[in-house]
Design a protein around this ligand. Structure first.
Ligand code: UDP
Length: 402
């Protein structure tokens, strides 16, 4: 399986992975997050877990179960960790979080593992299951550079019992953390059905199937229906662009079981755009990988106008397909786009509209930027590098190298 990646990263890199993994052979590793489908964490685990097993590191993935009430609270927590906005966490919510944690405590077996990776705040309380000799690592996918203090205090109760934590970027590491911290950037998989090459015909058929005109320039944002992804801002930018260019907008999204806000945002978008014949708000099943691939390949300009962003896998996905991306100057988007080289970083709706227009006007620019975008992903944001980072991190933690 790993050999299939040689065309992307070279033989030597794969050989090196096998060498590093020899030091970890027989290790039992568990990943825990809160959904099998929807969002970037699930997307990564679907690819990373089999590859770790391919290296003979016995790796399992388990999902922490919650209900709507629990996930409504953890989504609030997620937002508060991204932005301090004055909302309070109340004691009823905390009690409910602990109740659901206790239910998972009873059901979810974590004992037979040497290393347990807990992804994001939802399953964080499971740390109470930690056994002597185990290493527990919190893997954060949120920009926690300036969190709401109350939300952070809540997490800290659990965090200080972990052996280490991992963030996407050094800037995300909140200054008050007392345990060892590491940074690992996320990645995309070039062999995922979402990222493989597609015949032009399939791209055109997919756009047509959803009512789009394959001949008309397409502005695209792909993301969960989440206010922090700012689909409303994209819509406003599109309206400014539309004054000059005859183009269409697709807001492609899906629901994730651990994000109950999605349905509300989706309905708002549908209501707002019901009279707009060139705007397509599409709610796809979360495993519509080929469709998302076709949209990203069929797009003229890809946008990611998040107000806050952990990493934004969708940016790398589009760049891998040779697309220039107009993205907000926030979080992990800043790390992916090189302003003026692989796309544009923007700070406002108006700024986004200007850059989209600039790209629509110039095919040469788009192609040139798209070329550099793909190269950047090839060297920095592919899964083999991610896997290597994980191996080295596990080796360091087991051997107490900080
Ligand atoms: N995604 C998808 N269908 C959708 C919306 C998103 O398959 O309708 C995928 C997207 O291609 C990406 C992941 O979900 O792989 C989203 O990851 P990202 O890091 O961009 O955002 P997150 O949802 O984790 O905040």
């Amino acid at each position: 399986m790993l050999e299939q990646y040689i065309p992307f990263v070279g033989e030597e890199t794969i050989h090196e992975l096998f060498l590093i993994s020899k030091k970890l052979k027989g290790l039992r590793v568990l990943h825990v997050n809160s959904t099998y489908k929807g969002g970037g964490v699930a997307e990564i685990l679907h690819r990373l877990v089999p590859l770790m097993n391919d290296l003979e590191i016995k790796t399992d993935w388990k999902v922490f179960k919650g209900d709507k009430k629990f996930f409504t609270f953890t989504k609030k927590l997620h937002n508060l960790l991204h932005i301090a906005c004055g909302h309070c966490i109340n004691s009823e919510e905390i009690v409910y979080y602990l109740k659901i944690t206790y239910e998972n405590f009873k059901e979810l077996d974590t004992e037979n593992y040497d290393i347990v990776f807990i992804h994001d705040p939802q399953p964080m309380g499971l740390i109470i299951k930690k056994q002597p000799g185990q290493k527990w690592i919190w893997r954060c996918h949120i920009d926690t550079s300036s969190p709401d203090p109350q939300a952070w205090n809540f997490l800290e109760n659990f965090l200080n019992t972990y052996d280490a934590c991992i963030f996407h970027m050094p800037e995300f590491i909140y200054e008050k953390i007392e345990i060892p911290t590491y940074t690992i950037r996320p990645s995309i998989d070039p062999l995922h059905p979402k990222n493989i090459e597609l015949p032009e015909e399939e791209i055109q058929t997919t756009l047509t199937k959803f009512g789009l005109d394959p001949e008309k320039p397409l502005i695209l944002q792909v993301s969960r229906f989440d206010r922090l992804k700012d689909p409303f801002g994209v819509l406003k930018a599109f309206k400014l662009v539309k004054k000059k260019y005859d183009c269409q907008l697709a807001l492609v999204g899906s629901f994730a079981p651990d994000d109950p806000e999605g349905e509300i945002v989706y309905k708002e978008l549908i209501n707002l755009t019901s009279d707009e014949k060139d705007v397509f708000v599409l709610n796809l099943p979360p495993d519509s990988h080929k469709e998302v691939n076709a949209f990203q390949r069929g797009a003229t300009v890809v946008v990611q106008k998040s107000l806050k962003e952990g990493f934004g896998l969708v940016v790398s996905e589009a760049m891998w397909k040779g697309k220039p991306v107009v993205g907000s100057n926030v979080g992990g988007i800043k790390r992916q786009i090189v302003h003026g080289v692989t796309g544009y970083l923007v700070n406002s709706i108006e700024g986004a509209a200007v850059r989209i227009k600039q790209l629509l006007a110039n095919k040469y620019f788009r192609e040139e930027m798209g070329f550099h975008a793909k190269e950047r992903v090839k060297h920095r944001f592919l899964i083999i590098r991610h896997l290597r980072d994980y191996l080295i991190l596990m080796y360091k933690i087991l051997n107490q190298i900080f």
